[in-house]
Design a protein around this ligand. Structure first.
Ligand code: PLP
Length: 403
């Protein structure tokens, strides 16, 4: 069992009040809170270590560069990638997917097909649609069953000789479904098709091993992993990254520039144009150490326990509809009660101190699938307690009875 009280002590925000009541923060899928050690690292960087990376011979710059490259190695180990050159720092999951869609997408041709799933976040839909402006590529969509699990037979049948790419969420930010990505990658590879895994909702909660999964690309965001905002990761297999053109041009990503011709830097710098968020990257290093200290398996086990407790409590409430009841589920629970509008439920919960998400959760096609406009979503982090879950369930019950 984790010592949740001492974990909570690392998060000053968790002792504040909202609307005169103790905050119960159940929106970690949108962004997790940040422990003291990560914030202290940001302060330390600004107060004593700030210097631009890869640019100076002076000691500060060299220290900052070393710190950034050490973080790259730490991320490599966290994801179990083969080489640190396969780790590209981005602004977040969204930018990482845009990078792949734009750069890998250059090789797609009219008539090519890509496969997505109905549960994708908009950031794994819209970048591919942007490609459709210049190329007539076709997007095919894997549907789900009534529990919110992907239909693998349908997935298998979507492949044709024109399929060129698969991009899918590891964990749904709405349903919590943990998709069988290893199996899905193997199916895609049997057709010679590469796969991008959107790990925005898995990297904070599950052990990730990109080599065991055999993922071609894997992306995630630091701010959902107890880390800072503005930093994300693109993992890609070296062979694929090397064959891809740069995504943005600028400093850092060049070999040699003349007005006639520019050559590009080696991996990973080819994809890191401009000054990176090196302060954020240093803080991300601290967040990874933090997760490793607690143990990702311990985090997963605790969140699972909270999920079961919340699910048991909520299902006692008359009129409760839970969206996503997959056998493999992560710490996210989406629901509606009777005819109560999700915004009304969210606003009234806020008055009771409970911070949940309401709306379409950047997954409008999934909402269309269910024929609804939105849901209320509670999502958990390692710092949530059983007492908070019970208070949340009681608050939902109280709001339900008001209508
Ligand atoms: N993909 C999924 C599954 C998400 O849940 C999110 C954010 O909620 C994103 C992508 C986008 O992440 P970011 O806004 O950090 O780029």
């Amino acid at each position: 069992m984790l010592d949740i009280e001492s974990i909570r002590n690392e998060y000053p925000i968790l002792s504040r009040e909202v609307c005169g009541r103790p905050l119960i923060y159940l929106d970690s899928a949108a962004t997790s809170q940040t422990p003291r050690c990560v914030v202290e690292r940001i302060n330390e960087m600004y107060f004593t270590k700030k210097a631009n990376v890869h640019r100076g011979v002076h000691q500060l710059s060299q220290e900052a560069t070393e710190m950034q490259e050490n973080t790259r190695e730490k991320v490599r180990a966290f994801l179990n990638a083969a080489e640190k050159e396969e780790i590209i720092f981005t602004r977040g999951t969204t930018e990482a997917i845009n990078l792949v869609a734009s750069s890998y997408g250059e090789r797609l041709c009219n008539g090519d097909e890509i496969i997505l799933t109905v549960m994708e976040h908009h950031s794994n839909i819209v970048p591919w649609q942007l490609l459709q402006k210049s190329k007539r590529i076709r997007i095919k969509v894997v549907k789900i069953n009534e529990n919110g699990e992907l239909n693998l037979d349908l997935y298998r049948n979507l492949f044709t000789e024109n399929t060129r790419f698969v991009s899918l969420a590891h964990v749904s930010n709405v349903l919590g479904t943990v998709n069988p990505v290893k199996e899905m990658i193997a199916i895609a590879h049997s057709h010679g098709v590469p796969v991008l895994i959107d790990g925005a909702q898995s990297a904070p909660h599950l052990k990730i091993d990109v080599r065991d999964l055999d993922a071609d690309f894997f992306v995630c965001s630091a701010h959902k992993m107890y880390g800072p905002t503005g930093v994300g990761v693109l993992y890609g297999k070296r062979r694929l990254l090397e064959a891809m053109p740069p995504y943005q041009g600028g400093g850092e990503m060049i070999g040699h520039v003349t007005f006639e011709k520019t050559t590009f830097a080696e991996l990973p710098f080819k994809f890191e144009a401009g000054t990176p968020d090196f302060v954020g990257i240093a803080a991300f290093s601290e967040a990874i150490d933090y997760i490793n200290r607690i143990g990702i398996d311990n985090i997963a086990e605790w969140e699972h326990h909270l999920l079961r407790r919340a699910t048991d409590g909520l299902t006692q409430i008359p009129g409760m509809r839970i969206f996503g009841t997959a056998a493999e589920k992560s710490g996210v629970i989406s629901f509606l009660v009777g005819n109560i509008h999700h915004y009304d439920m969210g606003m009234l919960l806020d008055k009771l101190g409970v911070a949940v998400r309401t709306g379409h959760h950047c997954a409008q096609p999934l909402m269309q699938h269910f024929g609804i406009e939105g849901t209320v979503r509670a999502s958990f982090g390692v710092y949530n307690t059983e007492a908070e879950i019970d208070a949340f369930v009681a608050a939902v019950d109280r709001v339900a009875k008001m209508f």
